[in-house]
Design a protein around this ligand. Sequence first.
Ligand code: BES
Ligand code: ZN
Length: 814
Amino acid sequence: MADSPAQFRGQARLPRFAAPLRYDLRLRPDLAACTFSGAAAVAVAVSAPTRFLVLNAAELDVDRASIRFQDLVPTDVTQFEEDEILVIGFDRELTIGEGVLAMDFTGTLNDQMRGFYRSKYVCNGESRNMAVTQFEAADARRCFPCWDEPAFKAKFKLTLEVPSDLIALSNMPVVKETVSGPIKTVYYEESPLMSTYLVAIVVGLFDYIESSTSEGTKVRVYTQVGKTNQGTFALDVGVKSLDLYKDYFATPYPLPKLDMIAIPDFAAGAMENYGLVTYRETALLYDELQSSASNKQQVAITVAHELAHQWFGNLVTMEWWTHLWLNEGFASWVSYLAVDSLFPEWNNWTQFLDETTSGLRLDALAESHPIEVEINHASEIDAIFDSISYDKGASVIRMLQSYLGAERFQKALASYIKKYAYSNAKTEDLWAVLEEESGEPVKDLMTTWTKQQGYPVIYAKLNGQYLELEQAQFLSDGSSGTGMWIVPITSCCGSYDAQKKFLLKEKTDKMHIKEFTASQSSDGDKNIWIKLNIDQTGFYRVKYDDELAAGLVNAIKAKKLSLMDKIGIVEDSYALSVARKQTLTSLLRLLNAYHDESDYTVLSHVTSVCLSISKISVDATPDLNNDIKKLLINLLLPAAIKLGWDRKDGESHLDVMLRSLLLIGLVRLGHNETINEGVRRFHIFFEDRKTSLLPPDTRKAAYLAVMRTVSMSNRSGYDALLKIYRETAEPQEKSRVLGSLSSSPDKDIVLEALNFMFTDEVRNQDSYYILGGISLEGRDVAWTWLKTNWDHVLKTWNSSSLISDFINSIVSPV
Ligand code: BES
Ligand code: ZN
């Protein structure tokens, strides 16, 4: 065993005695046969005595006879499929130093949206294949044998042999092209040091538009032939983001070019491949006439997120997947910074609380996990691309930034990027740099947030002149965990002028009110209010005693509070009700304080809380469900009536978003007038797709309204939606229809919509839209459907993170 290839099985990571320096890779995809062949020559540094080379390979046919290390022929070659490794044994120890490992191999262009895969598109009425890669997290090994871990950085020199009429893109610019009949050979520049998961290839027919940054970096957006006008918005955001990050990180964009491209079959939203960022179409393309305001925001955020990775992730890479959150949490956080500076009127930092909210909701489950997770097998990585890595990750970064101050924080980040450029870093490495630059106990503070799952609720109680605080781990089932955190507490009293900040390190603490009261409030004591966690920068909840809670309700009514604080109060109150720490009645009473709110960011949280309450009440208080719905409808109606269905000249981006949000909310709550108006407008739209009565922003509300009226015996609305789906070429429009189909109250229609997912009319990447729309009435039938079809679902979606949507949408916690 000690000297056999099997000694390398069952290990979390590859042995370190040999590491790649440079890959020379030649690949030849056959788009008709959906196969590829390749040849790799890898310069390897052997640093310790070994007679083996161990690297990753999966679903590849390696030609054993072709393997050489320098002039050595291996004596045994074993591929362990389960471990996804290739063990190459020689009859004697390898010389310490550098040598070249060469081999040939073949594989299939699969349909799984990972590794080297095939995507389908239509060009000039003809159906075609394109070849695309998606390597994150651990699928480069499905395209070529490699040391497929983020810490094995190497240089890559690619050569592609492709049909002469196609465009072939990779991370680096083309240096040379030679054509020989129907095949051309494209040679690319050698890349700087980079991780395998960021290597990318796209081969197909495209058009592009081009622009450049202030430093002269060429930026292109590639789209389907004839659709470049849909790429201009992303191109503009892309160029501006690169300029912004160059300043923010005080480091130039590391590569000579950046391409961004829309792929018709794509498992995630987008992927930050170095110099060749791939997107699903809905996340890159924006069409003035066909896209909604929320589509526009999504494109901006996605582009800003992926381009942030070019520094945070690509230039400086996590040392191991345990530190994935460094990549994703940071890119998410900094994308808000970029978009906020490009579109200040979107009030993007307030919208950031959507991320904090999802993080807090998931992390209140006993089944959550710490931000830093142990990863023992490649198959475990997919599961951590979740709200903890992204949303909690981004939120604790915001918390730290707010504690340290924006300027100090940025300076430290820039040093971190410089220090670890072209290399790898762990979570501790970031804390060390921040600690050194700020002199604050960053490591101790942050470790309580990243190595421990969950978060605290702070109980706040007024006792005479003292504010007493106590922390306990918050869990949404009402139990309390044993966690303890170092909590950056912020608070203010009666006004935002005087704020008190300190670290709560023990279970309890108290402070004299005088400490954070501005000059005594002129309203006298009776209108006094105390708000903790100012602007929700901290990743925790607050439970106020009755007196403090009443003061906050008054402050909301008197319009004294910031948008972020209003959001925090309603979210915390909802979560505390779910956990049975306060009554439903007190939550409903609080909601009432929002009745003349007119801001999108606040109302989006109020609406989501309303919909959740209504959903819970179906099971928890069935007799009261109708009354509760009426109450919630009355809460949302005034703002909705003010906005109406039609867009007004000069209206703000956020009001456009608000209209769509409220109409959808009212339809979901069963408000008859809204449903009837939606149906009326839908009929006009169905006859005349160019009508101004149903632009993209209100279309989803109308589609949902129609589906509320559909049943097996009255199915014309469903069929009309299918017709729209079949006739449109726009992916965003298709997603709006798919997101409506399963929302009928009739179980058989829900079933029909779910089964529609299995037809070849729906791309596998789009299944989750249908899952996201399932009506409350359809939950049971969907659950039975999932159990019946589980084998098929597993076979088709298991290889991507899309599989989790089947569980999340059907068996979701509230
Ligand atoms: N690195 C991810 C893409 C990814 C996700 C790869 C899951 C492998 C598994 C990318 O940077 C990303 O985070 N994409 C987001 C975009 C969003 C946060 C704007 C996505 O795909 O949803
Ligand atoms: Zn990302």
